[in-house]
Write a protein that binds this ligand. Structure first.
Ligand SMILES: [Zn+2]
Length: 82
């Protein structure tokens, strides 16, 4: 019998955001990671979450670049008219 209770899948799902942000308390982190070792479903879920978070981040970057590009286009049009 292990000295701590294993985390349930439901608990893992509820704490996954904190885990990805790195704000999960040490005790929960141990339980989170030991659950991953025994549960293929949650390992898969975690890798999907990581992909989603990465996709959201790159989406934000794209928006920023698009805004900068629009500014340059406006600048160019202004120069042409002037
Ligand atoms: Zn699980």
């Amino acid at each position: 019998m292990s000295e701590f209770e294993h985390m349930s899948c439901r608990e893992l799902v509820e704490t996954i955001t904190e885990y990805l942000e790195g704000s999960l308390p040490r005790a929960d982190l141990d339980r989170f990671e030991s659950h991953l070792q025994i549960c293929d479903g949650c390992r898969h879920y975690l890798s999907q979450m990581k992909t989603t978070v990465a996709a959201l981040r790159s989406l934000c970057d794209d928006r920023l670049q698009a805004a900068q590009r629009d500014e340059l286009v406006n600048l160019f049009h202004g120069w042409k008219r002037g």
